[in-house]
Design a binder for this molecule. Structure first.
Ligand SMILES: NC(=O)C1=CN([C@@H]2O[C@H](COP(=O)(O)OP(=O)(O)OC[C@H]3O[C@@H](n4cnc5c(N)ncnc54)[C@H](OP(=O)(O)O)[C@@H]3O)[C@@H](O)[C@H]2O)[C@H](O)CC1
Ligand SMILES: [K+]
Length: 341
């Protein structure tokens, strides 16, 4: 056939003259869907059901996860949405779902139902809108602050979907002064990998508000901050160069960006389980495998639980007087998990 290729970067190249086409060529042999790592990667594939040994391997592998430059992150995005056939809606849906899933894994519904999602003008903000919808369906009570709306159908559609769920949109000037009393979690969906310079209004004010919150040392006295892809205001490669937000949780998408090396919070997750082999191969990405059907995977070690504090806080179940036997040997034994400690 003499038809020309509509996508110059197509993974199914018709022109052999385009060097970028060569670099994106699909492997001749069909790769298995697991492990999602480049061939020759230095860590071994892990089983889908992670046992203790493989969890340790996963932590070791985390040290080797690839961190992207701003340019590579943008280029990967363009390739996914060009020659690799994805649409922005699709990627945003998966990104937002990953964020909601990661948040729900750490901040359980019974104690963290009230979530404020602060959305910026670009796709990072779109991820926040999608995450809010999924959080609603998970049982959370999200509210949204979306001060610079984008008049594109994708975004107005997301807003309509959220309005149909009666999710409140709070104008920036109406945000309560006492955020810690009103919300359990704040999702920072202001800026992602296209951020540059210093934040302009009203985001400068919103970022400062989150900086003041993250300065409160006692995490029980403030909402947890969850940043999507990049802590907003951070330099995408250098990190926190200007006394910025210190999120408790970072959900990197596709692959962590260089700034994530400076993240010191307790919870770092990877989401965006959509990276196909041509991208993994071209950029030599080393990414941890996602467990089972999960949309997110923890990068690095989970914070350890202080067992002695569990013991101190443990209150034994009440034993009613009527249940007490006269002979203690007849007393029914109540085995609680704490008795094994
Ligand atoms: N492949 C993936 O991993 C996917 C990730 N997704 C998410 O998309 C973002 C990147 O989205 P993008 O739209 O390219 O960029 P941002 O959301 O970071 O923001 C761009 C808008 O922000 C404005 N901007 C930039 N700097 C400033 C500033 N200093 N002050 C105020 N506003 C700023 C910018 O305006 P300009 O006028 O400067 O152009 C834009 O309006 C990625 O991080 C992920 O979260 C996708 O959802 C799915 C695929
Ligand atoms: K962000």
């Amino acid at each position: 056939s003499t038809t020309t290729n509509p996508h110059p970067l197509s993974p199914f190249p018709r022109s052999q003259n385009n060097s970028r086409v060569h670099r994106l060529q699909l492997p001749a042999r069909r790769l298995p869907s697991f492990p999602a790592v480049a061939p020759g990667a230095s860590f071994a594939p892990l089983p889908q059901r992670l046992g203790m040994a493989s969890l340790a391997a996963s932590a070791a592998a985390a040290a080797e996860v690839t961190h992207l430059t701003q340019r590579d992150a943008a280029e990967i995005d363009e390739q996914l949405m060009g020659p690799l056939g994805f649409s922005v809606d699709q990627l945003m849906e998966l990104a937002g779902l990953s964020v909601a899933a990661a948040l729900a894994e750490v901040y359980k519904l019974n104690e963290h139902a009230r979530v404020l999602v602060i959305c910026g003008p670009g796709n990072n903000g779109g991820d926040g809108l999608v995450a809010a919808r999924h959080l609603y369906h998970f049982g959370y009570r999200p509210s949204i602050c979306y001060p610079k709306r984008t008049p594109k159908p994708l975004y107005s559609g997301l807003v309509t979907q959220l309005e149909s769920l009666s999710i409140p949109f709070i104008p920036v000037e109406d945000l309560p002064n006492e955020l810690p009393r009103e919300f359990d979690v704040i999702v920072d969906a202001m800026f992602g990998f296209s951020f540059h310079g210093t934040p302009r209004p009203p985001f400068d004010h919103l970022i400062q508000m989150l900086v003041s919150l993250s300065d409160i040392q006692n995490p029980d006295k403030r909402p947890a901050i969850v940043s999507i892809d990049i802590p907003s205001g951070w330099h995408v490669e250098e990190g926190d160069v200007d006394g910025g937000i210190k999120p408790d949780m970072l959900v990197s998408l596709t692959a962590p960006k260089l700034c994530a090396k400076k993240f010191t919070g307790p919870h770092h997750f990877l989401g965006g389980r959509f990276v196909p082999p041509p991208i993994l191969n071209k950029y030599g990405l080393q990414l941890p495998p996602y467990p089972g059907t999960s949309m997110c995977v923890r990068i690095g070690k989970a914070p350890s639980v202080e067992i002695s504090s569990l013991r101190e806080n443990y209150i034994s179940p009440e034993l009613l007087e009527s249940q007490v036997m006269s002979d203690p040997f007849d007393q029914p034994v109540c085995v609680s998990p704490m008795q094994w400690l």
